[in-house]
Design a protein around this ligand. Structure first.
Ligand code: SAH
Length: 234
C-alpha cells in the first residue's frame, strides 16, 4: 500500500506545491507516495459556500465551523488508507519531533486538517479523535505550510525516496544529537581549511571526531536535547 497524505484545506491549489519538486516530487511521480487535497469548501451547504462564522463569546476573527470540518474529515477517512491518523496542524499541538515523523512514515499515511482564520470549533476536535500537532512555537496564517513541513519530513523517510538510506542514521536528531559539520572541496577556501582529521583516511578517528563535534554542538545549542538524551522520547 502506498503511503498517502490526505490534506483538508481551503486552498487545494497549494498542493503538492514544493513537494512536487526535487526528491519528493520525483518520488510522487514514481508512485512512492500519494497525495489527495480535499477542498473543505466542497462540504459547505449555503450558496456562498461559507465555512466559518463569528466566534461564540465574541472577539476578533472567524472560526471554522464544526459541522463542515467534520463532514470533510469523515470524507477523508473514507478515502484515506485505513489506520491513517487525523492531525490538525495547530500551534496548540504537541511539537512535531523526528521520532513522531518516523512513526508516521512507517504507517499507512496521514490525514491533515489545515486551519485558517482563528482556528477550528473545538467540538470537532473532541468528537472526531483528531490530534493537534504543532511545527513550532510561532503562529502561521494557515495550516497548509505546516502540513507541507510534516509531509516533507515523512516522505523523505519512505523507502526509495532518498538514494542512500544510510543518510538517515547520522542526521540531526537521529541519535538525539545535532549533526556534525560538513566540508567539501576545495581543501582551502578564503584561508579556511578542512579539518586535518577528515583528510586522514582514518575512519575510526573521523567517526570519533564527528561524534565529539555533534555532542559539543548539541550541548551548546540545544541543552534541552542534550538533557533528554538516552531517556524515553515522544
Ligand atoms: N488563533 C490560533 C492561531 C490560528 S493561525 C491560536 O492562537 O492558537 C491559523 C491556522 O494556522 C491554525 O488553525 C493552524 O492550522 C495553522 N497554524 C498556525 N501556526 C501553526 C503552527 N505553529 N503549527 C501548525 N499549524 C499552525
Amino acid at each position: 500500500m502506498t503511503w498517502k497524505a490526505t490534506v483538508l484545506t481551503l486552498f487545494p491549489e497549494m498542493f503538492p506545491g514544493p513537494l512536487g519538486l526535487s526528491l519528493a516530487g520525483k518520488a510522487l511521480i514514481d508512485g512512492l507516495w500519494n497525495i489527495e487535497a480535499i477542498d473543505i469548501r466542497d462540504f459547505a451547504h449555503d450558496k456562498h459556500r461559507s465555512v466559518d462564522d463569528t466566534p461564540a463569546g465574541g472577539g476578533a476573527g472567524m472560526v471554522m465551523r464544526a459541522d463542515i470540518a467534520a463532514a470533510a474529515i469523515d470524507a477523508a477517512r473514507t478515502s484515506a488508507p485505513a489506520g491513517s491518523p487525523a492531525i490538525y496542524l495547530s500551534p496548540r499541538g504537541m511539537p512535531l519531533t523526528q521520532l513522531r515523523v518516523q512513526a508516521l512514515a512507517k504507517g499507512p499515511g496521514v490525514i491533515m486538517l489545515c486551519g485558517r482564520f482563528e482556528g477550528l470549533d473545538q467540538r470537532v476536535l473532541d468528537a472526531r479523535d483528531i490530534e493537534e500537532v504543532s511545527i513550532g512555537d510561532y503562529v502561521l496564517s494557515g495550516g497548509e505550510v505546516a502540513a507541507q513541513v510534516l509531509m516533507d519530513a515523512c516522505v523523505r523517510l519512505l523507502p526509495g525516496v532518498v538514494g542512500n538510506a544510510g543518510t538517515h542514521d547520522e542526521e540531526s536528531f537521529a541519535a538525539g544529537l545535532l549533526e556534525y559539520p560538513h566540508y567539501t572541496r576545495p581543501r582551502e577556501w578564503e584561508g579556511h581549511v578542512i579539518p586535518d582529521v577528515l583528510l586522514s583516511g582514518d575512519h575510526e578517528k573521523i567517526a570519533r571526531w564527528r561524534r565529539e563535534q555533534a555532542e559539543a554542538l548539541t550541548k551548546v545549542r540545544r541543552p534541552d536535547l542534550w538533557e533528554r538524551r538516552g531517556k524515553p522520547q515522544t
